[in-house]
Design a protein around this ligand. Structure first.
Ligand SMILES: Nc1nc2c(ncn2[C@@H]2O[C@@H]3COP(=O)(O)O[C@H]4[C@@H](O)[C@H](n5cnc6c(=O)[nH]c(N)nc65)O[C@@H]4COP(=O)(O)O[C@H]3[C@H]2O)c(=O)[nH]1
Length: 648
């Protein structure tokens, strides 16, 4: 359309119709033409005027133009009405096909629109939403905070509120992120908001389940299942904290090592259930005697320890020991029988008898042993003369250094098998020290010593090299061992050169990194989790796999566990031991397997001794294991003879 008619129409509209215009017309005709024009009856006006004088032709022409103009305008109006309808239909279908629940509310909070996703999420039909207050869809616990945040929302701004609890009809509550945006308003005085709700119930619940599992694991890992007292691992932590406080504030404390006299006889003659009941009763009596600042723990069997913090003088510990023994002066009634219980107690004092955990525990233990030797039912303070083993230890340290120089260490290999087929999946290398005079020594004796003496790096590298070389020897003989697991001490991880040294050993022996698995003990790892994450990541870049050993004994942080670049969790033997006999062990093993699956890790159980344990583990989803049921750690040629067949 040209601009000209539009402009003309504008002019005509803006001026008054000429009362005395259309000169020369009769008054009557003029009035009729004018009326026709006002009523927009242009055809009639044209007819009336065209019957008159020829001077009016121009005016008639003008009227035609006005008519054309109005027709065009009308067409435009119809068109734009269609466009609006199209846009509305598009918007409605877009609104309804959005996978996220969307609601439009007005300034009062009344719901004006709700898309299909919202109807499904809240289990309400469209009509239910209409004129329903949005706030009624929010759980009371969160309602006030949502209303406050919404009230503070400035025009054309938006907010996101995380994990809001909503109420839904029928299916109950759900949790979602709420995004509220105010919609720019065209007409003054009206204001609307779009509320988008992203349902995150499943994710939040899964997180909660993981947290609960982790808390349960944490509890189980730190407490003795029988008595509910802190266990050995937790006691170590508490003792360390106590040591730190004592060092900082220059205080002394006492450590009491308690052992029940003749407990084994009770167990052997009256059975475990009576023994267990007796231990629980003893735990109760002891717990009632300590102050809130003190610590009591069960180390295992009939051994208990108590830390008396911040004692003014040693005789305070002696009074306490007397009082405890007094508590057992009357017989205890267990399962309808009366028992006289006596205790042997050993006491060590910080700082006099030791400044480190190990020495304090060891010295209290030695003192307890002296009490037993001198007739039981009493207590003794530690005295240096009691440490008969000290000299032997010095000799052993000397021998250990020599053994390293002379390459005396050897490896035994324990098969790791598929629990269904019994097929060999790998071997774990376990270090042995054939001592010239003391015989075959186990790692629990010399690994901690090597760590203490700073010799563990050297020993660790020797073990790695021995293991990788053995794999190469088997390979060369056509005997295939799929995987070699090697234990790494956490101390070794601290050295930044370690990944380079492992790469060198792999290159020298030609072992494919994928066939090497490095195991690190969980409890030790978690104490230096940040360093471990860094070191293990470096190790992973070599292509080796990583396993966490003794899992369940030192569980501390799920968030760290998630950050560790692991492939496998190894369920500790202590949990496997009681499987199908002890419900606590059953639930721990089940929880560890579930946790491993959730984190996408493989799981292997160690210490399987009987078929029932293997069956239980397999039923729960653990597919690999090792233990005496399959074989003990074997010498390389024994392993080859029992487990390996030369390939054709
Ligand atoms: N009761 C029972 N025990 C079973 C059964 N199956 C295997 N075992 C024992 O359980 C231990 C498994 O090794 P680990 O948990 O890694 O625990 C190992 C590992 O943490 C550490 N260790 C062994 N070799 C090395 C090494 O070369 N370097 C380092 N850093 N640590 C090592 O010493 C720990 C003890 O090793 P070992 O005395 O050889 O004891 C081994 C093995 O002999 C079973 O069915 N029942």
């Amino acid at each position: 359309m040209s601009d000209q008619p539009r402009a003309r129409l504008g002019v005509i509209k803006s001026v008054d119709w000429p009362e005395n215009g259309f000169g020369g017309l009769s008054a009557d005709l003029r009035a009729r033409a004018l009326a026709a024009l006002r009523a927009q009856r242009f055809d009639l006006a044209e007819e009336l005027l065209s019957n008159e004088e020829p001077g009016l032709e121009a005016l008639v022409e003008n009227l035609r133009i006005y008519q054309a103009e109005l027709e065009i305008q009308n067409e435009e109006l119809v068109q734009s009405q269609h466009q609006v309808q199209d846009a509305l239909a598009r918007f409605t279908s877009f609104f309804n096909t959005l996978p996220i629940a969307e609601l439009v509310i007005d300034r009062q909070g009344l719901i004006q629109e709700a898309n299909l996703a919202a109807q499904r999420l809240f289990n309400l039909r469209g009509t239910h939403f209409h004129q329903h207050f949005f706030a009624r869809l929010i759980n009371e616990s969160d309602r006030a905070s949502v209303i406050d945040a919404w009230g503070d929302l400035r025009p054309e701004a938006s907010i996101v509120l995380s994990e809001v609890h909503f109420r839904a009809r029928v299916e109950g509550d759900f949790i979602g992120d709420l995004h509220i945006a105010s919609i720019p308003s065209l007409s003054e005085g009206t204001q609307h908001y779009v509320c988008a709700i992203l349902d995150r119930t499943e994710e939040v619940r899964q997180r909660q389940r993981l947290r609960e599992t982790s808390e349960r694991l944490d509890y189980l890992a730190h407490h003795d299942a029988l008595t509910g007292l802190p266990n050995r691992a937790y006691f170590q932590t508490r003792l360390e904290q106590c040591l730190q406080r004592a060092r900082r504030y220059r205080r002394q404390f006492a450590l009491l090592f308690l052992d029940l006299d003749r407990f084994k006889e009770v167990n052997d003659t009256l059975g475990h259930h009576v023994g267990d009941a007796l231990l629980c009763r003893v735990a109760e009596i002891l717990s009632a005697q300590i102050r809130t600042v003190d610590t009591i723990a069960r180390l295992g069997g009939d051994e208990f320890v108590i830390i008396l913090e911040d004692i003014p003088a040693p005789h305070f510990a002696a009074h306490f020991a007397d009082r405890i023994m007094g508590e057992f002066s009357q017989p205890l009634e267990i399962s309808g029988r009366e028992f006289f219980v006596t205790l042997s107690i050993g006491i060590s004092l910080y700082p006099g008898d030791g400044r480190e955990r190990e020495s304090l525990v060891q010295h209290a233990d030695v003192a307890m042993y002296q009490t037993k030797k001198s007739g039981r039912n009493g207590f003794r303070f530690f005295e240096p003369a009691m440490s008969e083993g000290a000299i032997e230890r010095l000799h052993l340290e000397h021998d250990l250094r020599l053994a390293l120089q002379r390459d005396e260490f050897i490896l035994h290999y324990q098969p790791q098998v598929d629990l269904t087929t019994g097929a060999l999946m790998g071997v774990e290398a376990l270090c042995r020290w054939p001592h010239p005079t003391l015989g075959m020594l186990l790692p629990s004796l010399f690994i901690p010593m090597a760590e203490e003496l700073g010799l563990i790096d050297e020993l660790g590298l020797k073990v790695l090299e021995l293991g990788c070389r053995q794999m190469a020897t088997w390979d060369a003989a056509g005997l295939y061992v799929p995987r070699l697991a090697i234990n790494l001490s956490v101390r070794e991880l601290e050295r930044s050169e370690l990944p380079g040294q492992i790469a060198e050993i792999l290159a020298c022996t030609g072992l494919d990194p994928k066939r090497l698995e490095l195991e690190v003990t969980e409890s030790k790892l978690m104490r230096q989790a940040d360093m471990a994450i860094f070191a293990l990541n470096a190790m992973r870049t070599l292509g080796v796999t990583l396993a966490i050993d003794d899992f369940g004994t030192g569980y501390s942080s799920l968030s760290y566990l998630k950050r560790l670049p692991l492939n496998r969790l190894k369920i500790d033997r202590s949990f496997v031991e009681g499987l199908t006999q002890d419900v606590n062990d059953d639930s721990i093993a089940r929880a560890i397997i579930a946790l491993a699956h959730t984190l996408g890790l493989e799981v292997l159980a160690e210490g399987i001794e009987v078929r029932e344990q293997a069956d239980f583990l397999f039923r729960e989803g653990c597919v690999e294991g090792q233990g005496y049921l399959y074989d003990r750690p074997l010498m390389p040629d024994e392993l080859a003879a029992h487990w390996l067949k030369a390939s054709e």
